[in-house]
Design a protein around this ligand. Structure first.
Ligand SMILES: [Mn+2]
Length: 299
């Protein structure tokens, strides 16, 4: 793609690229990345699939190109924020991070970041596995379901190569299956509710996560939930445009847009007028005026 055709954007947020897994869509992801010239990129977990290192590791040329492209972007002043997920949790270890080459150290790594959007909304960015009961308390079930899921991905790929044309999503059938698996997980762990409560406890107006491979924007009137989706089945990512609009961009489905109003920094105003004793007394559960407005806009 020509430089001139690239779109300037403020931020890209993507998760679950699963580089190293044979089902990773590195070529499609690279094409998506090259559409934009971003100021910031958030890699929201499971960027690398280290679970596959012992069995089924598949590092293609496109995977190298993705890494090279990201390093090149950092050299052109794009800031990269990396949130490790359960499949690349080795990056949560500071000792391992200290061994990384210097050019990769320009990438900030943390379990959570607060992404301050252009329109003044604070989003907590975290992968999400800490809020998945199967991942935290019964990881053997999580690993077994991953094996089952991988088998279905292989079968789906074989069937789609036989019956679909090249423009259709080769993993489209698996999205339905994963949706059912995910609904089971949601029923037990109530993933979204827990992660939204956590974002509120961090004084954020929204949360951006991945992990369950289901792109989504939910506005429950008290907090915004955005799931960036994945680059195995859905091929989706969040884009914050220069005007502050946030879009959930999809390679196969329709894009969704979040056109939030500009948010005034009420906390800074409070700091000038209140002393410390009156802070923290406002009820947490009360939806803010801005959130109600956002709900109307997003509805
Ligand atoms: Mn995950």
């Amino acid at each position: 793609m020509e430089e001139a055709e690239m779109i300037d954007v403020r931020t890209l947020l993507v998760s679950d690229v699963h580089l190293g897994c044979k089902h990773a869509r590195a070529a499609e992801f690279l094409r998506f990345l090259k559409r934009f010239r971003p100021d910031n990129i958030y890699l929201v977990g499971d960027f690398i699939d280290a679970w596959k290192i012992n069995a089924g590791w598949h590092w293609s040329e496109e995977c190298d190109e993705v890494v090279d492209h990201l390093i090149e972007l950092t050299q052109r002043n794009t800031r990269i924020f990396y949130v490790p997920g359960n499949h690349d949790s080795f990056l949560r270890n500071p000792a391992f991070r200290a061994m990384l080459p210097a050019e990769l150290l320009q990438i900030d790594v943390a379990d959570e970041f607060v992404f301050k959007s252009h329109r003044g909304w604070d989003f907590l960015v975290t992968h999400g596995d800490f809020f998945d009961v199967f991942e935290t308390k019964m990881q053997w079930i999580s690993k077994a379901s991953t094996f089952f899921y991988d088998t279905c991905l292989s079968l789906n790929r074989y069937l789609s190569q036989t019956f679909l044309d090249s423009k259709q999503n080769p993993y489209g059938g698996c999205a339905v299956l994963k949706d059912r698996v995910k609904r089971g997980v949601r029923f037990v762990s109530n993933f979204e509710t827990k992660i939204m409560q956590h974002a509120r406890s961090r004084k954020c107006e929204g949360v951006i996560c991945g992990h369950i491979h289901t792109p989504d924007i939910i506005n429950d009137s008290s907090i915004l939930y955005c799931n960036t989706g994945d680059w195995v089945e859905n091929c989706t990512g969040l884009v914050e445009h220069v005007d502050g609009t946030i879009s959930l961009v999809s390679l196969y489905g329709e894009d969704q847009h979040l056109d939030l109003p500009m948010r005034v920094d009420t906390e800074a105003f409070q700091d000038d007028t209140d002393d410390d004793s009156t802070e923290d007394e406002s009820p947490e559960s009360e939806p803010s005026e801005d959130c109600r407005k956002a709900e109307e806009v997003a509805a």
